[in-house]
Design a protein. Structure first.
Length: 320
């Protein structure tokens, strides 16, 4: 009988991405796996970004599901057009290569603190415009801020020397940022998110944010569901699904050669005679071996505050 290590080609991958400190962007783009569902999302998103007005996007998924990897992929191909040819999925690559203009791409991971989201936004945009694009700009801070006008003023400066250039702002870890706050401050921040969605619909400003899938299972957020619902109306929702996670695990972490798959199929066929579940889902059992497919479902149902992703769990348990 074959040993487990003879039936799987285990590879440890980087399971945590910090969009504030992206390393080898070319390798990141080359290795990014795109499921059929994610292909549809990305083709639609890139088509949307190419237009001169947009529908903002909200990336939704549980902890460790790959939200930050997706944001890093988008940041990389928008900020460096040469990387678009390295996209492995043909339809996504073709759509990305149709984009013929430049973007100012501002991105950061929110750190939990009590600062209003709008202040955080203005500070990061001003700082990154200066440091990364040599564009000096200050948002008006006197009196009651007109957020829409502030963003349009920044966009005007960005387009001054390049009228086709767009502005893309990408923010990670919105849920962790909000969960530290009082209900009143959460309402103000979600109101600002709604404004970002409105400005995107009216101008060449694109906003992409990421938050946890299970944010409403935390009792603190139950009363904010209506407010979040109004925000979502302004956004296209990109959901990282269980199938996306399975694809990463089966192809990147627990890869199998043809021989290994044949050996596993032979082994599982003995159980398939007696267990309908194995017979009906034998491809999942082979793809995810030695992890049981049910593990993926369990992790997808864990509460918002569970800080361990199934990809991280798989690597830790299989590596031993």
């Amino acid at each position: 009988m074959s040993k487990i290590r003879e039936l799987v080609t285990f590879s440890k991958i980087k399971d945590v991405i910090d969009i504030d400190a992206l390393g080898d962007k070319k390798k990141l783009v080359e290795n990014y796996l795109i499921s059929p569902a994610m292909e549809d999302y990305l083709v639609h998103l890139l088509n949307n970004i190419e237009k001169d007005s947009h529908k903002a996007a909200q990336v939704v998924g549980g902890y460790g599901s790959g939200k930050s990897h997706l944001l890093a992929f988008i940041i990389s191909i928008l900020s460096d057009p040469k990387l678009r040819s390295s996209i492995q999925n043909k339809n996504v690559r073709d759509q990305a290569e149709k984009i013929k203009r430049d973007f100012v791409v501002i991105h950061w991971e929110l750190q939990p603190n009590d600062v209003e989201l709008s202040e955080y936004f203005y500070d990061q945009v001003e700082t990154q415009l200066e440091n990364n694009y040599n564009i000096s700009f200050e948002f008006k801070a006197d009196g009651v801020p007109d957020h829409k006008k502030n963003i349009r003023d920044a966009l005007e400066i960005i387009k001054r020397n390049n009228p086709t250039r767009g502005l893309v702002v990408i923010i990670d870890e919105i849920s962790d940022f909000l969960k530290q706050k009082s209900r009143e401050k959460i309402r103000r921040d979600t109101g600002f998110l709604r404004i970002l969605g409105q400005v995107a619909q009216e101008s060449d400003f694109m906003f992409i944010g990421a938050m946890q899938e299970h944010i409403f299972t935390n009792p603190k957020y139950v009363d904010e569901a209506e407010s979040f619902g109004r925000v979502s109306e302004r956004f296209q929702i990109i959901t990282i699904k269980r199938e996306d996670i399975k694809r990463v695990i089966s192809q990147r972490v627990l890869h199998k050669s043809k021989k290994q798959r044949l050996d596993l199929e032979s082994s599982f066929s003995n159980y398939a005679k007696y267990y309908d579940m194995v017979k009906a889902n034998i491809d999942d059992y082979i793809d995810l071996f030695p992890i049981h497919p049910y593990v993926i479902q369990i992790f997808s149902e864990l509460p918002y505050f569970e800080k361990r992703g199934v990809i991280q769990f798989t690597m830790q348990e299989v590596e031993g």
